[in-house]
Write a protein that binds this ligand. Structure first.
Ligand SMILES: Nc1ncnc2c1ncn2[C@@H]1O[C@H](COP(=O)(O)OP(=O)(O)O)[C@@H](O)[C@H]1O
Ligand SMILES: [Mg+2]
Length: 440
C-alpha cells in the first residue's frame, strides 16, 4: 500500500465507529470523574496519579489498536508530551493474537509460493517469531536453501486503522480550540502521528527504506541490516534474509562499550551524512552483540530529512559542542513556528543558559535525555513547536540513549559525534565552493 492507495473511509463505517468511540470515551471519562472524586475524599487526597496513569492505559487500550499505535508513537514525542505521560504511554503493548502462517499466506504472490519449501500443512502449522498489531514475522525456508524472514501485514489492518485515524483527526480538530490546548498545534501533531502510522502500514515504503539503510550503513563497520529479497516481496509481504542471532539483551561475549560506539556511529551516520534516519531504534529493533556488532531491523518508522533540516541539525549539534547558546537559539528559532505569545528574547536567554549549563558537563554527567527534555519543555513553555524535520533527529537519539547508556555508561556521545560532524561540515563547504565555481 502506498499513501495514495489509502482506502477511502465510507461514511457509514466512519459514523458507526465514531459513535462507538464516543461512547467508550464518555464511559471512560465518567470513570475518571469517579476516581478524582474518591481520591479527593480520601485522607491526604493521595493516590490519584497512579490511578490516573492506569486509567489512561486502560482507556487507550479500550479505544482499540489504532489508538494504541498512535499512543506508542506519541510516547516517543518528547517535544509534544510531558515526560511522565510519555513514560506511561511507552508501557502500552500491542494486544494481539498471533496469526498462523497458513492464514497469512493467502496473500503471498506466485513467486513466493513457488519459492517456499513448505506448503499446505507445513505452513499452516508455523507460528510467528513476533506478532504485532500491524504485522507478524515468520521464519521460513526456501527451496533453494535460504532461510528467510517473512513480515506479513495482517489482513484488514489498513482499513481498520484508516477508519480510526480519520476519526482521530476529526476529534483533534474538534478539541483544538479548547482553552487548555490553545497555542498547541493539535491538528498538525495529529496529522504527523497519522502519517507515521500510515508509513508503518506501507510495505513498499518499508522495503525501500530497508534497502536504503543497508546501502547507507554498509560504510559503518560492524553494522548489519537484513538483505531484502525484492523479487519475492509483495504489497503485504516483506521477504528478507533471516538473522537468527538477534537478542533483546546483549549475549555473553558482547563488548558493551564498543557495541554502544557502533550503535552511535550508525545513528550519527544516518543523521549527519545520509539524512535518512531510523527513528525507532528501541531494543526490539536494535540488537547488540556479539563482540562490537549491532544489527538493525524494522524500517517501518524512518524519516528522510530535507537537506535544509540536516544542515540545521548539524549546525545545532556543532554549536552545542562549542557551548554557543546564542547560535543554538538562532537555529531553533529559524526552525520553529512562534505562537502568539512567544517572547523570543526570553527564549533566547533561557536556551543560552541551558546550553551553558551543559558546557561544563563531562561525558558521564551529560545526559542527552535530560537535555532534550529540557529543550523541548522550554520550547513548549515559550509556545514554540519546532518543525518535525528538526525534532525527529533528536527523538531518534533519545530512543537510542537508554541502550547506549546501559552498554557504555561512561561513553562520550559528543566525542563519537565529532568526526561525523566534521565530515558533514566539510562536505557542505566543498559543495558550496563547487557551486560558487560553477556559477562564477
Ligand atoms: N530479518 C529478520 N530476521 C530475524 N528476525 C527478524 C527479522 N526481522 C524482524 N525480526 C524479528 O521480528 C521482530 C518484529 O519485526 P519488526 O520488523 O520489528 O516488526 P514490527 O514492525 O512489528 O516491530 C523483531 O523484533 C525481530 O525479533
Ligand atoms: Mg519492531
Amino acid at each position: 500500500m502506498s499513501h495514495a492507495d489509502t482506502p477511502k473511509v465510507t461514511v457509514v463505517a466512519g459514523v458507526v465507529r465514531g459513535v462507538r468511540i464516543c461512547l467508550v470515551l464518555m464511559a471512560r471519562l465518567a470513570v475518571l470523574g469517579g476516581l478524582a472524586l474518591r481520591c479527593s475524599l480520601a485522607p491526604g487526597r493521595s493516590g490519584f496519579t497512579p490511578r490516573r496513569d492506569a486509567w489512561l492505559l486502560a482507556t487507550v487500550t479500550a479505544l482499540g489498536p489504532a489508538f494504541v499505535k498512535v499512543a506508542q508513537i506519541l510516547s516517543t514525542r518528547a517535544d509534544v508530551v510531558p515526560r511522565h505521560v510519555a513514560r506511561v504511554l511507552s508501557t502500552l503493548h500491542d494486544q494481539v493474537r498471533p496469526l498462523p502462517l497458513g492464514d497469512a499466506s493467502r496473500h503471498f504472490g506466485p513467486e513466493l509460493r513457488r519459492a517456499l519449501r513448505d506448503d499446505g500443512a507445513g505452513l499452516a502449522a508455523r507460528h510467528p517469531v513476533a506478532a504485532g498489531t500491524i504485522a507478524c514475522v515468520y521464519r521460513a525456508d526456501l527451496a533453494d536453501g535460504r532461510t528467510v524472514a517473512l513480515k506479513v501485514r495482517r489482513p484488514g489492518v489498513v482499513r481498520q486503522l484508516s477508519t480510526d485515524l480519520a476519526i482521530m483527526l476529526a476529534l483533534a480538530r474538534l478539541v483544538a480550540p479548547l482553552p487548555p490546548l490553545r497555542g498547541v498545534p493539535v491538528a498538525d501533531i495529529m496529522r504527523q502521528l497519522a502519517e507515521s502510522l500510515r508509513g508503518q502500514l506501507d510495505f513498499h515504503r518499508e522495503r525501500r527504506s530497508l534497502r536504503f539503510l543497508k546501502e547507507n550503513l554498509a560504510e559503518v563497520p560492524d553494522v548489519r541490516v537484513p538483505q531484502v529479497y525484492d523479487e519475492l516481496c509483495g504489497p503485504e509481504v516483506l521477504v528478507m534474509e533471516y538473522l537468527d542471532d538477534l537478542h533483546q539483551r546483549p549475549p555473553a561475549g558482547t563488548d558493551g562499550e564498543q557495541a554502544a560506539v557502533t550503535a552511535l556511529r550508525a545513528a550519527y551516520h544516518m543523521l549527519f551524512l545520509d539524512g535518512f534516519v531510523h527513528c525507532d531504534l528501541h531494543p526490539g529493533n536494535l540488537s547488540c552483540g556479539p563482540g562490537r556488532a549491532v544489527t538493525i531491523v524494522d524500517a517501518g518508522f524512518t524519516v528522510r530529512l530535507t537537506e535544509h533540516a540536516r544542515h540545521k541539525f548539524t549546525d545545532f549539534f556543532h554549536a552545542m559542542s562549542l557551548g554557543d547558546g546564542q547560535a543554538c537559539a538562532d537555529i531553533v528559532l529559524s526552525t520553529a513556528r512562534p505562537g502568539r505569545d512567544t517572547d523570543t528574547a526570553a527564549f533566547r536567554r533561557d536556551l543560552a543558559a541551558l546550553i551553558e549549563s551543559c558546557g561544563g558537563a563531562t561525558a558521564a554527567t551529560f545526559d542527552l535525555m535530560d537535555f532534550a527534555v529540557q529543550l523541548f519543555a522550554l520550547q513548549r513553555r515559550h509556545g514554540l513547536y519546532a518543525d518535525p524535520q528538526f525534532v525527529f533527529p533528536i527523538l531518534s537519539l533519545l530512543v537510542l540513549e537508554g541502550t547506549v547508556r546501559a552498554l557504555g555508561p561512561g561513553l562520550d556521545f559528543q566525542a563519537v559525534a565529532k568526526p561525523y560532524l566534521m565530515i558533514a561540515l566539510m562536505e557542505r563547504a566543498i559543495a558550496a565552493a563547487q557551486r560558487k565555481q560553477e556559477s562564477g
